[in-house]
Structure formats: structure tokens, C-alpha cells
Design a binder for this molecule. Structure first.
Ligand SMILES: [Zn+2]
Ligand SMILES: [Zn+2]
Length: 548
């Protein structure tokens, strides 16, 4: 039996909470530790993280975490793991800076041990030899990760595209990818996010000229919204603004923190006189200012969303403002984004979500780039990752078209144990895995049963039924009382329920009525049926029995 295993705890069958283990007889190395976002019905949940039970159960084997890049879906859950198990992190300087910034906010008491890694330089984690390889994506310093094992090379592409003209001019190390292919890539874990897009993605540097044109031709202020981690985009906004005679300002705390940190470390180059703080910005002539603003995904607390609701005191939307969406909606966020857009338009803003030339480009590979990766690395086994089943299936179909044997493609799901040997590979039974729902106010998990209760409350409200029993005589002291919240019911509906409940309770023996737990259970059962019959609703029913 092969002792080499790859176990995704997140990031397969979904886009988000990337966290995959490479396990050998003696060592476990974790690749990334990210978050995803909750569905609409996960009331009160801010983020979703992987279940770390398997990592904690095998903690003596875990050698550390390698980070491919600094996006939240790859590093956002670190604070939750590190507070339980303080592992060394291996990453590049920018990823280190962004992780430190986030840990400062979320896990101040963790003394994090960060080891710098450099693309092209191998290092050891336990007995596993690890090699980062430079790859282009929508954030600088993204690395593919190659594990040199006795069975062969396991290669994670990480999130990638082949950007032929990246803003920082650092290209993907195609030469090294090709060499790895020649050495023998046993398994390629390949980003499948944009597998359904034909051709080749636009280069990030193609966005700059479109922004410049908008900055030059707009008469009023221009506000640009984008992901706060898209550092190259910020650089292009600064360059384009300067070319159009505008100064740059930032609205939104996270964007400002990232911008300032990147500027300090030299990842963003902009002269001090070309930026102004937001208080100065709002006093400047309209055609002299560009404001970079958070909220491209309609996040309710972000600056742009607050502006759309007229709640952002520092910047008020004015007639003639132009707002540029330099980001695509993450599927699922469209409703919230359009609500913001509509409110901005109501206030007289001109909103640009689409343009003749690109105002946004994706950081993920389109079909021809995936094919290029496949041809460079010539993998024996392939696992499409960073995708939902539909993306994984599309990639699998494409690879079969390109001549890859179907039985050497693995459609992994979270928790699967993929055993890999030189002769064969197979998926074994699942390890402990799952989703942990986090409420960031309390910074603690929300249980499934609490979520189920919230779901019921949100749909049909709550029905509180109180009875008072004379313990000595085993009889009701008065008619039961009902209190409802969030139920769509008339007073008559409720009275009907209480009438029927009285009739039912009159049939119980005094000894039964004076047993609080028993009678509460009986009321719950009877009331559930009566409420449904009378109102066609299924509220949360809370029986309260008081003995006097
Ligand atoms: Zn990414
Ligand atoms: Zn990602």
C-alpha cells in the first residue's frame, strides 16, 4: 500500500477554504489554510473554515503550512488553526506581510514562526522536499508548490494564469515547470476555476489603459472598486490617475491598510504628492480625484455599500460621480452587488460594470492556459481543484479530449484520501472533514443545531406557550398563554390553538400535569400539530411550564 497521500480538507468540490495535506509515513505538510463565505441561509455566520480535526489528531506528524499566496481563500483560516496548533509557516515576503497584518487583527497572542521561501529554492519540511515555483496570478508572489517525493513529484499549480505582461514584469517560471514535467510529475493538482472560459485570459496590464481612458474622459470624480488584495490593480490605478492628472485616495479600512503596507514595502510605487487622504479628496475639484473604494462584492459593511445607503459620512455620492467596478462578481454575490449599483444610480452616479476594453481581468487560467500547464508538466495523474464539481468535470472532459486516460483523473471531494503509488492511485475512505461556521463577533463556531433554529426562526418565527400548574392538585391554574414573534398569524388563529390545547390538557391525569418535563414534551408535540393545522406554519415552539 502506498504511504503517500493527498487529502483535501477544503477547496475541492467548491471554490474557497483551500487546505490540502500531503502525507507520507512520517510527515504531513499542509498547503494553504483558507476561508470561504457562508450561504444566505447561514444567518449570523461571517466566514466558513475547514474542520481541522484530522490535523489535530495527527499533530505530531505535521511539519508546517506552505502558503501559495495571500488571498483569503488560502490564508484566511490561519488564525483559527494556529491558535490550536502553532505550526511554522513557509511563504514569500509579501504573503508574510499580509498574514502578519491579518494575524495582528485576529490572533494577537499567537507568536507566529514564519520561514521565508524563495521560488526556485528547495527546502525540507520533515523529510519532504518542497519547491516553490514562480507563477502569475492576481496578487504578486504567488507560487506553485512541487513536492519531491520518492514516488514522484506532486505539483500544486496554486491559483494561476499565464500572464504574458504582468505589472511587476515577473513571469511564470515556465522553464522550471517544463523541467519538472521532464523529471516526472506524478500528480498535478490544477486550478479549474475558469476552465469554462475559452482561449487565454487578458493580461493584468491590459486593464490600465481602459482605466486611464475613463479617468481622462470622466468629468466628475471617479471611484474605483476592486478586491483589496489586488495590488497590481492598485498600482495601475495610481499610474493611470497620474497620467490623467488626478490624485488617488482610499476609502475603506482594509484597502487602506493593504495599500499603506504595500507602499511601505515597495510593492506599490506612488509618489507621496500623488495621493491625498479622504478628507482632502472630498474638497478637491471633481476632475482631479480618483478614490479606490472597498465593496466590489456588495459586502454590506464595505465603504461603497455604505455610500450607496448614504451612511458613509466621509464621502457622499454626488450627481456626476463615475463608479467603476474593476472586479467580477463572485457567484452568489450578484444580488447584493446590484442592490448597491441601483442605489448609486438613484443618487445620480454613472456606474460602469462593463466597458468596451477590459476594466477587469481574472487571475485564473482559461482553457488554453490550462492546456499549456498540462503540456508543460505532462502529469501522470491529474486532480482538478479550486472548483465546484461542474468545473472539475469540465476539466476532466477537456483532459480526456487532450488524450489523458480518464482513470488517471481524480474528481476529489473534501475529506478524500488519495493514495498515490508509482503503479496505481486510488481514493480511500474519507477522513474527518467538514465546515466550521464562524461568527466573527464572538470569533467562535456556530453549531449546526443553532443554524437550524435560526433557519426556523427566520422562516416562521417563534411561538412561546406558557402554562402554570398547581403542583399540589395537578391542575392548570389558568388558561395557557401564548406569545408570538415573527409569526404570520391572527389573534383568532392563536385563540383556536389555545382552545384546542385546553381540551387536550384537560384529559391528562393530575400526576402527569404535575410532572414538568413530561407535560412540556406533550405540549410541544400537541402544539406543533395544532399550530400547523391552524396557521400552516412551523415556528420554533417553546413550551414553558411553571409549577406553583
Ligand atoms: Zn488567489
Ligand atoms: Zn483561490
Amino acid at each position: 500500500m502506498s504511504l503517500l497521500k493527498v487529502i483535501p480538507l477544503g477547496g475541492t468540490g467548491e471554490i474557497g477554504k483551500n487546505c490540502t495535506l500531503v502525507e507520507t509515513e512520517n510527515d504531513i505538510v499542509i498547503v494553504d489554510c483558507g476561508i470561504s463565505f457562508p450561504h444566505e441561509e447561514h444567518y449570523g455566520v461571517d466566514i466558513v473554515i475547514p474542520d481541522f480535526s484530522y490535523i489535530l489528531a495527527n499533530k505530531e506528524k505535521v511539519r508546517g503550512i506552505v502558503l501559495t499566496h495571500a488571498h483569503e481563500d488560502h490564508v484566511g483560516a490561519l488564525s483559527y488553526l494556529l491558535t490550536q496548533l502553532n505550526l511554522p509557516l513557509y511563504c514569500t515576503p509579501l504573503t508574510e506581510a499580509m498574514v502578519r497584518m491579518k494575524l495582528e487583527e485576529r490572533a494577537r497572542n499567537v507568536e507566529v514562526n514564519i520561514q521565508r521561501m524563495t521560488p526556485g529554492e528547495k527546502f525540507k519540511m520533515g523529510q519532504l522536499e518542497v519547491e516553490p515555483v514562480k507563477i502569475t496570478h492576481s496578487i504578486p508572489e504567488t507560487s506553485a508548490i512541487a513536492f519531491h517525493t520518492t514516488e514522484g513529484i506532486i505539483l500544486f499549480t496554486a491559483d494561476f494564469k499565464f500572464d504574458k505582461a504582468p505589472v511587476d514584469k515577473i513571469l511564470t517560471d515556465e522553464k522550471r515547470l517544463k523541467e519538472l514535467g521532464e523529471e516526472g510529475v506524478l500528480l498535478l493538482l490544477c486550478d479549474s476555476t475558469n476552465v469554462d472560459r475559452k482561449g487565454w485570459s487578458n493580461s493584468e496590464s491590459e486593464v490600465g489603459p481602459s482605466l486611464k481612458e475613463i479617468f481622462k474622459t470622466s468629468e466628475g470624480r471617479v471611484l474605483v472598486t476592486q478586491f483589496s488584495s489586488n495590488i497590481h490593480r492598485m498600482q495601475q490605478i495610481c499610474d493611470s490617475a497620474k497620467a490623467a492628472g488626478r490624485k488617488v485616495s482610499i476609502a475603506g479600512r482594509r484597502m487602506e491598510m493593504t495599500f499603506n503596507m504595500c507602499r511601505r514595502l515597495g510593492y506599490i510605487n506612488v509618489e507621496r504628492e500623488d495621493t491625498v487622504n479622504i478628507e482632502e479628496a472630498v474638497k478637491m475639484p471633481n476632475n482631479k480625484i480618483v478614490i479606490i473604494v472597498t465593496g466590489s462584492q456588495g459586502e454590506p459593511k464595505a465603504a461603497l455599500s455604505q455610500m450607496s445607503r448614504r451612511e458613509y459620512s466621509r464621502v457622499k455620492i454626488k450627481k456626476g460621480d463615475t463608479i467603476v467596478y474593476s472586479a467580477r462578481p463572485i457567484p452568489g454575490n450578484e444580488g447584493g452587488i446590484w442592490r448597491v449599483v441601483n442605489n448609486l444610480i438613484r443618487q445620480g452616479a454613472n456606474v460602469i460594470t462593463d466597458y468596451a476594453t477590459p476594466i477587469h481581468t481574472s487571475g485564473h487560467a482559461s482553457q488554453d492556459e490550462i492546456k499549456h500547464m498540462y503540456e508543460l508538466t505532462k502529469p501522470f495523474y491529474v486532480a482538478p481543484v479550486h472548483g465546484e464539481p461542474r468545473h472539475q468535470r469540465s476539466m476532466s472532459n477537456l483532459m480526456v479530449e487532450w488524450g489523458h486516460a480518464e482513470h488517471r483523473i481524480f474528481m476529489l471531494e473534501n475529506g478524500d484520501q488519495l493514495h498515490i503509488g508509482e503503479e496505481s492511485a486510488w481514493i480511500d475512505e474519507v477522513v474527518d472533514f467538514g465546515e466550521v461556521f464562524i461568527d466573527q463577533n464572538s470569533n467562535s463556531p456556530v453549531s449546526e443545531s443553532v443554524l437550524r433554529q435560526r433557519h426556523v426562526l427566520a422562516h416562521d418565527g417563534v411561538f412561546v406557550l406558557s402554562i402554570v400548574v398547581d403542583r399540589k392538585h395537578g391542575e392548570l391554574v389558568s388558561r395557557p398563554r401564548a406569545d408570538i414573534r415573527g409569526m404570520n398569524a391572527t389573534a383568532k388563529d392563536i385563540e383556536d390553538v389555545l382552545d384546542d390545547l385546553c381540551t387536550i390538557l384537560s384529559k391528562y391525569q393530575p400526576s402527569e400535569l404535575s410532572s414538568p418535563d413530561y407535560i412540556a414534551g406533550q405540549i410541544l408535540e400537541a402544539a406543533s400539530k395544532l399550530v400547523w393545522r391552524s396557521t400552516r406554519q412551523k415556528p420554533l415552539i417553546l413550551p414553558i411550564v411553571e409549577m406553583i
